[in-house]
Ligand binder design. Structure first.
Ligand SMILES: [Zn+2]
Length: 491
């Protein structure tokens, strides 16, 4: 953590200003400008060709799927898509960039002016602007460790050269590390829903750099910003920002000036270190890429792509909360991934009572998964099994106690609900006279409750149903039991 030297009063005088730059690898089968496979984890330097490693004379050809994915992501992030955007060369030397330049977009990116709404501390929503989304190619990777001579040598793996990227730059609208965390969480969720990236941070498919500065509250101008790079989880980004904000306030409070620089976050130590002074855009000598024509996103392509946009996670939550009478938290659980939400809704539609499917999934099934530390995908009970259970419950063919017992068996034996139900076929007492006998006993044993019922407290019926159900060891047919209890109490 940062030094505890700054008092809360001093901290409160300042306002942080945060902007985020996120690089996402697009899930195309091949690279952005050549036919090499775009795949993580291949043997080093096997998915390369003259184009992606920049041999003289090799010419880039733009991957159509990459355009579609960049357009889809732009629309999902509420951006305006430019009909004619321009690729530019960003010139710099680094060993993992053998071409000596990166093909990117500069003053005419494919999309601009988008936004994401994020929840804030007081529960309201705040709109964070997205300045731009542009396309570019990834560089290769320098491998600094893992080899016997890593102390003296660096190895290069150029497989990643030419992987298609979308860079998404936010406006400096973010004011707290928590807002930054929420922005990233929502951004990732939206990108996953569109299917343009797997957003796997461990494999580097999603990477984030943060620009952060502080200023006195109410000051008209932004302070000097530092860029924090190479942070590999959203939690670490929040921690890095917390550290960096305090560090900058400390510098200013002690009479110093914040340097414009790039800093690296060390997660083990929980602090950032200066890496290099920050380069300016003009250092890169951007110029239009002479080997590529302007990128045209025609109105036809735009409208075809917009038809591929799925319902976005936030909108889906709002709809599902209304449709299935869910809490916000339950809606979040059900929409955690598009695939899961799709499976749930497809199944729920076939049930007599879709809300009951949601309830069973969120209570009985989720509870058992949690107890066993299993992911939803590892559940022995399929969505179809949950629908069957919900229908049987709805039709009164099993009691809720029997349902719980059947689910216990499913999880014990790792079997689906249908299999267990067919085998165990729980006994039900559907003989009215047998049930009436039990009801009479319960009524006789609880005169006070009978009095309350007859005095007008009709909800007391539930008490009697519960008592008789228990006396029948959960085997009473629920529908018949309800009917008979009402009849007996009214008699
Ligand atoms: Zn290639």
């Amino acid at each position: 953590m940062a030094s505890a030297a700054i008092s809360p009063d001093v901290l409160a005088k300042y306002e942080p200003v945060i902007g985020l730059e996120v690089h996402v690898q697009l899930l195309t089968a091949t690279k952005i400008f050549c036919g090499c496979a775009n795949r993580f984890g291949a043997e080093p330097n096997t998915n390369i060709c003259p184009v992606c490693i920049g041999l003289p004379g090799a010419l880039p050809v733009l991957n159509e799927k990459a355009i579609e994915f960049a357009t889809l992501a732009s629309l999902a992030l509420n951006c305006e898509v430019r009909e004619r955007s321009i690729f530019a060369r960003k010139n710099y030397f680094y060993p993992d960039l053998p071409k000596g330049y990166q093909i990117s977009q500069y003053d005419k990116p494919i999309a601009e002016n988008g936004w994401i709404d994020v929840p804030t501390a007081d529960g309201s929503m705040k709109r964070i602007g997205i300045t731009r989304l542009h396309m570019e190619e990834d560089a290769g990777k320098s491998l600094h460790d893992g080899f016997s001579d890593s102390a003296t040598r660096t190895y290069l793996d150029l497989n990643r050269c030419g992987t298609p990227l979308a860079e998404i730059v936010s406006e400096p609208d973010i004011r707290t590390p928590d807002e930054a965390f929420e922005y990233l969480t929502r951004l990732k969720e939206i990108l996953l829903y569109t299917g343009v990236s797997d957003c796997n941070m461990e494999e580097g498919s999603l990477r984030c750099d943060a620009n952060v500065s502080v200023r006195l509250k109410g000051a008209p101008k932004f302070g000097t910003k530092a860029e924090v790079k190479n942070v590999n989880s959203f939690r670490f980004i929040r921690a890095a920002l917390e550290y960096e904000i305090e560090r900058q306030i400390e510098v200013i409070e002690s009479g110093g000036r914040v340097a414009q620089e790039t800093r690296l976050y060390n997660a083990n130590e929980g602090r950032t270190y200066s890496m290099r002074s920050k380069e300016q855009a003009h250092d890169y000598r951007y110029f239009p890429e002479p080997d590529l024509p302007p990128l045209i996103v025609s109105p036809e392509l735009l409208s075809a792509t917009s038809k591929k946009l799925p319902e976005m996670p936030e909108a889906r939550r709002v709809r599902m909360i209304a449709e299935y009478e869910l809490s916000e938290q339950d809606a979040r659980t059900l929409t955690a991934s598009r695939e899961f939400a799709d499976r749930f809704e497809a199944a729920a539609k076939t049930a007599r009572n879709p809300r009951r499917v949601a309830n069973l999934l969120l209570s009985e099934v989720a509870g058992r998964l949690k107890a066993l530390d299993l992911e939803p995908e590892q559940s022995p009970v399929s969505m179809g099994g949950i629908v069957l259970a919900a229908d049987l419950l709805d039709e009164g063919k099993i009691s809720s106690k029997q349902l719980k017992q059947l689910l216990d068996v499913c999880f014990e034996k790792s079997e689906d609900f249908g299999t267990v139900y067919e085998r165990e076929k729980p006994q039900q007492i559907t003989d009215a006279s047998a049930l009436e006998k039990l009801i009479d006993e319960v009524i006789a044993a609880n005169p006070k409750q009978v009095e309350q019922y007859r005095a007008g407290k009709k909800t007391m019926a539930g008490f009697f149903v519960g008592q008789v159900m228990r006396a029948s060891k959960g085997q009473a047919n629920p529908a018949l039991l309800n009917e008979l209890v009402a009849k007996k109490l009214e008699a």
